[in-house]
Design a protein around this ligand. Structure first.
Ligand SMILES: *Cc1c(COP(=O)(O)O)cnc(C)c1O
Length: 422
C-alpha cells in the first residue's frame, strides 16, 4: 500500500489557483528534502557514496539547487542538461554525462565543466581521443545483454542500443589505460520504473562481479561503480515503494561478499536515481472544464498530454483525486481527458471516482519525475508552469506557463513578412 497525499487543503489550493491559474505543477520541497536525507542515510553504509540525480526527470534548476544543497550531484544526458547542472552550481566530478550517439560538442561541454564522461560505446574511445582527448577519469557503460532479464519500459538489455558488451568493456578499459586514462568507473542502466528489489540487487551483483573480473584480467581497480537508475515508484495505491534501507542494505551485502574479498573494498558506489527522488512529491493540478456524456462519461480538463504524457505514452497509471472530495464515495466511472486531437489523450480510462462537476480541481499524483519534462507543443498546446511549495509554506513560481510568443520564438517572423509565396 502507498498512501496518496497532497500537501495543500482544498481551500488553499482554490486560493492558489486564483493567483496561478490551472493547470500547473506543484512540487513539495519539504518532502523532497526528507526523501533525499533518507536516501543518503541508507547509502551511508558505503565508504564513498554519491547520488547523481537524473536531470532529465525534473530539469528545473531551482529543484537542482535544492538537491545540490542536500549533497546530490547530477546525471546529464545532453548539452543543455549540462548547462542546467551548471546553473544550479553542480560542477566538476559531481556531474556525469551519460549520453549515447554523443556528438563531439557534448563531450567538449562535459570536459569544460570537468564532468565525468560515461562512454556508451567502444568506438567512442577513439572518437573522444580525436576530438577532446582522453581525460584522467573515464566511465564506461556496460550492457549485460542476455545475462539480464527484461523490464517493461526499457525492454531487454539484449535488444537495447546502450553500452559495451562484456568482452568490449574489458578491452575498452585496457585501451583507455593505454591512451593515458588513470581513473576508471563502471556504469549500467538496465531498467525503468522497476519496483522489484531483487531485480536491482541482481544488477548490483552483475556489476560487482564484473569489477572483480576487470581487476583480474587487466589489473585495473575501478574508482567507482554506478548502479544507474530505474528504481520505480508506486504509482498505484496498492503498490509498495522500494525502501531505501532495503536497497542499500541488499547492495551492501553483495559489496561485502563480492568486492571486499577481492580486495576492492574501497570501490565507490554511485547511483543516478531520478523518479524515486522527486516523482511522488510533484502533482499536476488541473480544473475540470467540461463533463460529457456519450457512450462513456468524460471529464474534460484544462490540461492535456502536452503537460503529462506518461498515460498516453505507456498507458501509465497516475492516481487522481478531486480537491475537497478526497473522502467522497467512488460512485462514477470516468475517462479523464485532455484537449489534444488524439484519442489517447486520457489521464485515466474507466476510472472509479467521486462525482466531478465542472470547476472542480483535479489532482494528478506522482507527476514529479518524467512529467512536465516530457511535455511537447503538438497541436499548438502551450505547456504549463511549475510551482514550488517551500519549507516555510510559501509558494514560488519556478517556471512560468508558456505563451504563444514562446511557441513562435523559433520562427523568423520578419522574414515571413517579406516571404513571397507566389
Ligand atoms: C533515465 C535515466 C536515469 C534515471 O532513471 P529514473 O527511472 O528516473 O530513476 C538514470 N540514468 C540514465 C542513464 C538514464 O537514462
Amino acid at each position: 500500500m502507498s498512501i496518496k497525499t497532497f500537501p495543500l487543503a482544498g481551500t488553499q489550493l482554490e486560493e492558489l489557483s486564483r493567483q496561478y491559474p490551472t493547470p500547473f505543477y506543484l512540487y513539495d520541497e519539504r518532502a523532497i528534502r526528507a526523501n533525499v536525507k533518507e536516501l543518503l542515510r541508507a547509502f551511508s553504509v558505503f565508504p564513498a557514496y554519491r547520488e547523481h540525480f537524473a536531470v532529465k526527470a525534473l530539469p528545473n534548476p531551482f529543484i537542482l539547487k535544492i538537491l545540490a544543497a542536500e549533497g546530490l550531484g547530477a546525471d546529464c544526458s545532453s548539452g543543455p542538461e549540462l548547462l542546467l547542472a551548471d546553473m544550479a552550481g553542480i560542477r566538476g566530478e559531481a556531474v556525469m554525462l551519460t549520453s549515447n550517439e554523443t556528438p563531439a560538442s557534448e563531450y567538449r561541454a562535459a570536459r569544460g565543466l570537468g564532468a565525468v564522461i560515461n562512454l556508451d560505446d567502444i568506438t567512442h574511445i577513439e572518437y573522444l581521443e580525436k576530438h577532446e582527448g582522453i581525460p584522467e577519469l573515464v566511465s564506461c557503460r556496460y550492457n549485460p545483454g542476455p545475462l539480464k532479464g527484461g523490464n517493461a519500459i526499457i525492454g531487454k538489455p539484449e535488444e537495447a542500443k546502450y553500452g559495451f558488451t562484456r568482452e568490449q568493456i574489458i578491452r575498452g578499459f585496457a585501451l583507455l589505460r593505454g591512451k593515458g586514462a588513470k581513473r576508471f568507473a563502471l556504469h549500467t542502466m538496465v531498467a525503468s520504473n522497476e519496483l522489484n528489489l531483487a531485480y536491482h540487487l541482481e544488477t548490483a551483483r552483475i556489476l560487482f562481479e564484473l569489477a572483480v573480473e576487470i581487476k583480474n584480467k587487466t589489473g585495473i581497480v575501478l574508482e567507482f561503480v554506478n548502479l544507474g537508475g530505474g528504481v520505480g515508484i508506486p504509482y498505484r495505491p496498492e503498490e509498495e515503494a522500494v525502501r531505501w534501507d532495503d536497497l542499500a542494505g541488499g547492495v551492501k551485502k553483495l559489496f561485502d561478499s563480492i568486492l571486499v574479498p577481492a580486495g576492492l573494498g574501497n570501490t565507490g558506489v554511485r547511483t543516478e536515481y531520478g523518479r524515486p527522488v522527486t516523482g511522488p512529491y510533484g502533482w499536476l493540478v488541473a480544473r475540470a472544464v467540461h463533463t460529457k456524456s456519450i457512450y462513456r462519461e468524460y471529464i474534460g480538463l484544462d490540461s492535456c498530454m502536452a503537460d503529462l504524457m506518461r498515460p498516453a505514452l505507456y498507458s501509465a497509471y497516475h492516481h487522481i483525486t478531486v480537491a475537497g472530495k478526497e473522502n467522497a464515495p467512488l460512485t462514477e466511472t470516468y475517462d479523464i481527458v485532455g484537449s489534444l486531437c488524439e484519442n489517447n489523450d486520457k489521464f485515466a480510462v474507466q476510472r472509479r471516482l467521486p462525482k466531478i462537476a465542472a470547476g472542480d480541481l483535479v489532482i494528478i499524483h506522482d507527476a514529479g519525475a518524467h512529467g512536465r519534462a516530457m511535455g511537447f507543443n503538438y497541436n499548438g498546446k502551450l505547456r504549463c508552469g511549475e510551482l514550488l511549495l517551500r519549507n516555510d509554506g510559501s509558494i514560488v513560481q519556478i517556471r512560468r506557463p508558456e505563451t504563444a510568443e514562446d511557441y513562435f520564438a523559433t520562427l523568423d517572423l520578419a522574414a515571413l513578412s517579406g516571404f513571397k509565396a507566389g
